[in-house]
Design a protein around this ligand. Structure first.
Ligand code: HEM
Length: 452
């Protein structure tokens, strides 16, 4: 059962916090959570009826048990469809299920194993550049992780023929469009300005150009026969089970772009925070390095081996707990509902508050303390399934979570194996929360080669 400790934030309080909400929504939500309990009612911008919850039982109810009554909010879906087209991340019902079934085939354990050689090649290339950068002085870790995850996600999706420069150019167009969509979702009151200033048109034109690049690439890939096991090839060569038909080029384009958007910045953000937190807590580095040496001393890096890096994974999990890239997600109730005495009228926005549940002191002892032992020795198996939900939960749980973990473990283990790390700047790093929870400024880290 839930905690029963739930209250309503007054309309006046919500209105007074509107400016602060734009600047630092996590701080405002944390203030309400501490004052009103794990679940609180609140009016977005003073108007939109919202229930925010950091209660694992309630999260399980919304995301899993009664998930069919909770769709992604229609405003968010509308904005994303406008620029991305309808695909896995912004559809529901039968259409979503059919796409999910087919696309999941790209992320199975055996697929990830097949992808590893290409990932190792990406890693090797990246490490060559990284070594050169690190020898010059402090490194902007976010920039480095952008480079690594873009190549890593990009090549898993598009295959090795997509060159790094092409990928970077293309991804930066997508990223610009993405930030514009997020602005439209987060600051809807600027809507008239987006139209008058010509921004709507500018970004639609950019989208059309980006779409064309992918469509050309799809056409090229259809024509050639390679042995690669990238996701584009899988989608092009796998028919839907129900009808035996293949996805149209238009649908392939939407899905592949959505996967790139969903998988790129999220992993970059997670890896950036992981290095930052490790640099703040260097006492864990030796143990990680010993583990890497034990697992990989004699053998090639393998998918199975990565799964034996249990301490490294515990450190990664703890860093994703403290700094979850998605700090919240959103849902909207389709029909009237009730959970644990809380009335949820149709149309109510329900916010699964990921950062909140990860910092809920009813679940975690000293939640602000970085302590990887929470995820060691089977401790993670004892926790509520919805106490740790960086990848969401229920049927819409992140399709790419194993790929993300594989990529981040690869880059963490390669760097930590060779470098000691130390923050170059000890200024406090704050939170910048839009759709994702990012650092509020650059993080510079000194990487000192060991034994040199
Ligand atoms: C650390 C990295 C990542 C994090 C923290 C993350 C987080 C999430 C979360 C929280 C959701 C659920 C959204 C919701 O229910 O509203 C989600 C969904 C999704 N993620 Fe990830 N993700 C990551 C990496 C990836 C990667 C690498 C890919 C693919 C290349 C990916 C593809 C997707 C897709 C397609 C969905 C939508 C699934 C659906 O609606 O059925 N993600 N992710």
């Amino acid at each position: 059962m839930g905690e029963g400790n739930r209250h309503t934030v007054s309309i006046l309080e919500s209105l007074l916090d509107t400016t602060e909400m734009v600047k630092n929504p996590v701080e405002v939500f944390e203030k309400y959570r501490k004052k009103h309990g794990s679940t609180f009612k609140f009016n977005f911008g003073g108007l939109r009826k919202t229930i925010v919850t950091a209660d694992p039982d309630f999260l399980e109810y919304v995301l899993k048990e009664n998930n069919s009554n909770y769709h992604k909010s229609h405003i968010q879906v509308k904005r994303f469809v406008e620029f991305q087209g309808k695909g896995l991340t912004n559809s529901h019902g039968d259409y979503w299920l059919r796409q999910r079934k087919l696309l999941s085939l790209g992320f199975t354990r055996s697929r990830l194993t097949e992808m590893l050689p290409l990932q190792l090649q990406v890693l090797q290339d990246f490490m060559n550049d990284f070594d050169a950068e690190a020898s010059k002085g402090a490194v902007n870790i976010h920039h480095q992780m952008v480079k690594f995850t873009l190549r890593s996600v990009g090549k898993s999706l598009f295959g090795s023929q997509m060159g790094n420069e092409e990928l970077e150019r293309f991804a930066s167009t997508i990223a610009d469009i993405q930030s514009f969509i997020v602005k439209k979702v987060v600051q809807p009151y600027l809507m008239p300005w987006y139209a008058i200033s010509g921004q709507n048109q500018k970004y639609q034109e950019m989208r059309i150009k980006g779409d064309q690049i992918v469509l050309n690439y799809i056409e090229k890939r259809r024509a050639e026969d390679t042995n690669e096991s990238d996701i584009l090839k899988l989608i092009l060569s796998t028919p839907y089970k129900d009808t035996g038909e293949f996805m149209s080029d238009e649908t392939v384009k939407v899905e592949i772009l959505q996967l790139l958007v969903a998988g790129n910045e999220t992993s970059t953000t997670a890896a950036t925070w992981a290095f930052y937190l490790l640099a703040k807590h260097p006492e864990h580095i030796k143990k990680i390095r010993n583990e890497i040496e034990t697992v990989f001393a004699k053998e090639e890096i393998s998918y199975k081996g990565l799964h034996q890096l249990s301490y490294t994974l515990a450190v990664l999990n703890e860093s994703i707990r403290i700094r979850p890239p998605f700090w919240m997600i959103d849902r909207e109730a389709l029909e009237d509902d009730e959970f644990n005495g809380i009335k949820i009228p149709a149309g109510t926005t329900v916010v699964p508050y990921i950062y909140g549940v990860h910092h809920n002191n009813k679940i975690w002892d000293n939640p602000n303390i970085f302590d990887p032992s929470r995820f060691e020795n089977g401790n993670e198996k004892k926790m509520h399934q919805f106490a740790f939900i960086p990848f969401g939960g229920g049927p819409r749980v992140c399709i790419g979570q194993n790929m993300a973990i594989m990529q981040i473990l690869l880059v963490m283990s390669s760097i930590i194996r060779n470098y000691d790390i130390e923050l170059a700047d000890t200024n406090r790093v704050g939170l910048h929360a839009m759709m994702l929870l990012k650092p509020d400024g650059p993080i510079q880290i000194n990487f000192k080669k060991i034994n040199s």
